[in-house]
Design a binder for this molecule. Structure first.
Ligand code: ADP
Ligand code: ZN
Ligand code: ZN
Length: 754
């Protein structure tokens, strides 16, 4: 009996299901679930896949192909990871291959991985001082060789009988002002030798480890309450106002787990946040702390991956701080997962699949490790707070700021009235200008928040109202003054700024609205002596730009920092006292059932940056609608009020968390064919789900990159597990895909759209 064993394999492609291959006899010893293998797929391609299971039932296919090889030195996936992948694919209705693509550093990078080698130089043998002196004498006719050898001896302090120390080749050459050729000559003469050795690509941190802080009374109460509730519940929501010291509580919980030899995953929604928190963590936990996010190169990611897999060795990582993709690291022994800023929308991946929510997936991962999850927020999601209120999660609260600093005072500035009375200076109300003036006078710092990047969201002909739009998407182009171009924020298309109107040819093109770039420009005119910087997607394209802006602000080299939601969360600055929210209206008016919740969270978060030490801070919210219900709630920092109003609305209109939702995005390049197929699918789904199907309809942006888009929303009841409903949705999609011509459609499934 030969070759009668088979393996089911995950391949990094969008087709659902696993693929069966024959295991050749010579590889049988190496194949286990989780092992990475190379297999032929399609005409000539070799793919790297992951083995899920091994069996001996011959599949009923012709030309069954065999596994080609099992690359050496490639870490495999552990059983828990395989289970998590399967769960994600079943819950979020995608293929395991799509999860694999998101989970592994790059398609095949684990096997492409090479350690970074550095060359070191040492003496070829342990010469005596006499022997060395003799050599140096001989080399006096070759002064550069002489210099190199004596530099080596000086730097390593070598003398008879001492250990041969290795010096970095680079250092030796630069210190002796020498060259690789001269070094080679000494190596050839048998005096020196070179060795290569793997070095880390990851930056090293300070070594000193400080003890964790003592908790305040309120913090101790919350800490004890979390621990108590963990006796009965797997998930506790820590609802603590901004600057109440949630992070300090996490640090305590982390310490306990590390002492028990467990791993901890600490998740944050945004890369910008990791730069500050990592310092706080490394200060206490030192070298076992690692960071993981998408700005790392594949080689760096692989190195982190390995350090997590080797958690029990001295060089391993046991505490990982990361954004959503850190869920996929090869943890084997998690004791706790912390999801900080759990309400944050950045935890949901939109495109491509897997469209997973990292908070919800973290809860699943914790279950697979039988460990606990702590969700933290100053303004929890309606979903999580609802789970806490009805007892599914535990709830711990922190209602005072550390040091008993008061929450910032909030001033609502009426822009409509200020415009009418001609009191506005550019986009700034008198209230905001006064607060800023005051802060600058005391050498305190300011953050201005505007949730739009670029200079102006659109430009317009002042004669006829013509607006330049993207050639591929149904959106206005945003004007970016720095690069003097119009940019589409959906597809990246850019074009020059037209001098003349494309419709009436007048030269009266004017900018409308304002983004961060414009605020930066104008603030420099209003406060010419202030040092101004901007933090948004455009100003942080380079890898370390977050660090440098945050560092500059910490070091007080920036007086006024202007930014998008990137600056709204989690950051902790000592000397920041004034926060300005330039336009609260555009977020409040966004057409989405979560718009009010999100606006509240954003305003509460960004306000929370102000006055975190010693002094109470001040927040100015600019709005044309000062009586707005949500703004009044922010004014009173009334989270419970927000929750009650949202829960009531969503019960009445049947929205999450009181139902589940699945959104289908259907795309086609031809508008009428899109209408045709979307209707077929909509009608089919209506025969199953009746009135709980909404649409098909065009979303706010009805065309992106030449693809027209229609969405269908399906509401599924909460009471039953959703698996059956999801199965029927997939079946309906399968039926549509069998229709003639339907292969030119793209259909994306978004479970729990966020
Ligand atoms: P949150 O995460 O709730 O916004 P932080 O944990 O960042 O709050 O705490 C706010 C500030 O107060 C931080 O600078 C933190 O170092 C400080 N702080 C909080 N708790 C303590 C404590 N127990 N001892 C010393 N400093 C603390
Ligand atoms: Zn576009
Ligand atoms: Zn015109």
């Amino acid at each position: 009996m030969t070759d009668n064993r088979f393996a089911d394999i995950i391949l990094p492609i969008a087709v659902r299901g696993r693929f069966t291959y024959r295991i050749p006899d010579n590889l049988i010893d190496k194949i286990r679930p989780g092992v990475r293998v190379t297999v032929p797929f399609g005409r000539q391609n070799l793919y790297s896949g992951i083995v899920c299971s091994i069996h001996d039932s011959q599949p009923d296919v012709k030309n069954l192909r065999s596994i080609t090889e099992v690359p050496d030195h490639v870490p495999s996936i552990n059983e828990i990871q395989l289970k998590l992948w399967l769960w994600i694919s079943e819950y979020y209705l995608c293929s395991e291959g799509e999860v694999m693509k998101a989970a592994l550093p790059s398609d095949s990078s684990l096997s492409s991985y090479r350690p970074r080698l550095e060359t070191f130089i040492g003496l070829a043998v342990d010469f005596t001082d006499d022997e060395l002196n003799e050599m140096l004498d001989k080399l006096s006719k070759a002064p550069r060789q002489h210099e190199l050898l004596s530099t080596y001896i000086r730097l390593t302090e070598y003398s008879t009988g001492s250990e041969i120390k290795l010096l970095s080749k680079q250092v030796l050459i630069s210190e002796s002002k020498s060259s690789p050729a001269i070094l080679d000559t000494l190596i050839r003469k048998g005096i020196l030798r070179s060795v290569s050795s793997a070095v880390t690509r990851l930056s090293r941190s300070e070594r000193s480890v400080e003890p964790v802080h003592a908790l305040s009374n309120a913090q101790s109460v919350a800490f004890d309450s979390i621990k108590n509730q963990f006796k009965e519940k797997d998930i506790v929501l820590l609802h603590g106002i901004t600057s109440s010291g949630k992070t300090e509580i996490y640090i305590r919980l982390i310490e306990e787990q590390l002492n028990m030899g467990k791993q901890v995953l600490y998740m944050l929604p945004e890369i910008a946040l990791t730069t500050q928190i990592i310092h706080r963590l490394k200060k206490h936990f030192g070298e076992i702390t690692g960071v993981y996010h998408s700005r790392f190169s594949d080689a760096e990611k692989v190195e982190i991956w390995k350090k997590v897999a080797e958690d029990d060795t001295q060089n391993g990582y046991r505490l990982i701080l990361g954004v959503r993709s850190s869920l996929f690291l090869p943890f084997s022994n998690l004791g706790l997962i912390i999801v900080d800023e759990e309400h944050d929308g950045s935890y949901k991946q939109h495109d491509p699949a897997p469209r997973y929510h990292a908070r919800d997936t973290a809860i699943m991962l914790a279950a697979l490790h039988s460990c606990k999850t702590i969700l933290g927020s100053a303004s929890p999601s309606v979903e999580s707070y609802n789970n806490a209120v009805n007892g599914k999660y535990g709830l711990a609260e922190l209602k005072e700021r550390f040091g008993l600093i008061k929450l910032p005072g909030i001033v609502i500035a009426n822009t409509r009235e200020a415009y009418r009375k001609k009191l506005m200076v550019s986009h700034f109300t008198p209230e905001l200008l006064e607060a800023m003036d005051d802060a600058l006078g005391k050498e305190e710092q300011i953050i201005l928040f505007q949730n739009r990047r670029g200079f102006s969201p659109y430009i317009e002909c002042s004669e006829c109202g013509w607006i330049p739009v993207c050639i591929q998407c149904a959106v206005n182009l945003t004007y970016h003054k720095g690069i003097r171009r119009l940019v589409c924020h959906y597809c990246g298309y850019t074009t020059g700024v037209p001098v003349k109107c494309g419709n009436c040819h007048s030269t009266g093109m004017v900018t409308r609205g304002f983004g961060t770039e414009k605020i930066e420009d104008e603030i420099k005119i209003v406060f010419p002596d202030a040092r101004v910087a901007r933090m948004d997607q455009d100003s942080t394209r380079k890898k370390n730009s977050f660090n440098s802006i945050i560092k500059a602000f910490e070091d007080r080299r920036i007086d006024i920092l202007i930014g998008t939601q990137m600056i709204s969360k989690g950051l902790d600055f000592e000397n920041l006292t004034v926060v300005g929210i330039l336009n609260a209206d555009n977020m409040l008016n966004f057409p989405d059932f979560r718009a009010h919740e999100r606006s509240y969270q954003l305003m509460e978060q960004v306000s929370g940056r102000a006055g975190r030490r010693q002094k109470q801070g001040k927040v100015v919210i600019q709005t044309a609608d000062p009586t707005n219900r949500i703004i009044r709630l922010v004014l009173r920092h009334d989270y419970e009020g927000l929750f009650r109003s949202q829960a009531e609305e969503r019960t009445t209109f049947n929205y999450p968390p009181f139902c589940r939702m699945v959104r289908l995005n259907i795309k086609h390049k031809d508008r009428s064919l899109l209408n045709h197929y979307a209707d077929i699918l909509g009608n089919d789904l209506r025969t199953i789900f009746g009135k709980r199907v909404l649409g098909p309809e065009f979303p706010l942006i009805g065309q992106v990159q030449l693809w027209y888009i229609k969405t269908i929303l399906i509401k599924i009841e909460r009471e039953k597990p959703p698996a059956n409903a999801k199965k029927r949705i997939l079946e309906a999609i399968d039926r549509l895909e069998k229709e003639k011509g339907a292969s030119s459609l793209k259909i994306a499934i978004d479970v729990d759209p966020y």
